[in-house]
Design a protein around this ligand. Structure first.
Ligand code: FE2
Length: 300
């Protein structure tokens, strides 16, 4: 399977208007499209929808959409999934900006959608990075999900979907890449699985991250963790909860592996190893290079 990136995350929410207002006013996304039933597609700076909000009885992650590589079709993807013993459905109601899509459930019990995009390489408008309103992130960066067996889910993403392992923290948290970025999906063992752990928007740099914290403060949104620098991935981070009580991360400085043949991440002055290769981290160091430890608020 040839997957290039995270396309979007779709949620159900009991209050589409409230969550739309949050993502517009605080995060700085804009409404790209609205269906008759109220489903709202929200984009980052003129790009394809990154967040989709469906009306629903309770707040929950509905699916995670991954973008197929140029030349890879939803039809081929469905056939490959079937050959791997995974039941897949070609969805008829292709979303805005999507040519075709295929739906299936991963072994962690999470709904996944593979999409053939209508356009590529046109994912940003002309608004300067970090310009308002709101935080104005660069893009949706990754989605972390809670699972009962991260090793099993990891094998599925490697063997069936073609992801590569970037790091493990202990035996309970795995980070996977499908392109140069350290992770676009990650999976943590949790008794509340299957569930969303957090979604994450990429900001440009530490100045943008600081401004994002100011924006959150101006809207009365408290941080629940950070700022700090993770060990695994080495991203600078802050976390807060959105109006649906879901954890949202803002990050920058994520490790990148520009050439898979090299097998190491691009050198950075804060790396512990030289070169910094995928590895299994000690839980203490993997969670945090600096900053306060994981608060209980992150684990509920
Ligand atoms: Fe994250």
């Amino acid at each position: 399977m040839d997957i290039t990136s995270l396309a979007h995350c779709a949620f159900e929410t009991p209050d589409v208007a409230r969550l739309t207002d949050h993502y517009e006013t605080v995060v700085g996304l804009h409404v790209a499209h609205r269906d008759a039933d109220g489903t709202t597609y929200m984009a980052v700076n003129g790009g394809a929808p990154a967040i989709v909000l469906h009306p629903g009885a309770r707040a929950r992650l509905r699916h995670v959409a991954l973008e197929l590589a140029p030349g890879a079709t939803a039809m081929d993807a469905a056939a490959r999934l079937e050959r791997s013993g995974v039941a897949a459905t070609i969805a008829a109601d292709a979303a805005p900006g999507v040519v075709a899509q295929v739906d299936f459930e991963d072994v962690g019990g999470h709904a996944v959608r593979l999409v053939e995009p209508a356009a590529r390489g046109a994912h940003h408008g002309d608004r300067p990075v970090g310009s308002g309103p709101g935080i104005a992130p660069e893009k949706l960066g990754h989605v972390a999900r809670r699972v009962t067996d991260p090793a099993d889910v990891c094998s599925f993403y490697e063997d069936v979907l073609g992801f590569r392992v970037s790091d493990w923290i202990g035996d309970y948290f795995v980070f996977l890449r499908c392109g140069p970025e350290h992770h676009v999906v990650n999976f943590v063992r949790s008794p509340s699985a299957p569930a969303l752990d957090h979604l994450a928007f990429q900001v440009h740099d530490v100045a943008h991250l600081t401004r994002a914290c100011d924006v959150l403060a101006s809207h009365g949104v408290p941080l629940i963790w950070g700022p700090g620098r993770h060990g695994a991935g080495h991203n600078l981070y802050v976390y807060y909860r959105n109006p649906d009580d879901q954890i949202v991360e803002l990050f920058c400085d994520l490790d990148v592996m520009l050439d898979e043949r090299v097998g190491a991440f691009e050198p950075r002055p804060w790396h512990e190893d030289r070169p910094q290769r995928p590895k299994v981290w000690d839980p203490e160091v993997g969670a945090n290079q600096w900053g306060l430890g994981v608060p209980a608020e992150m684990l509920r």
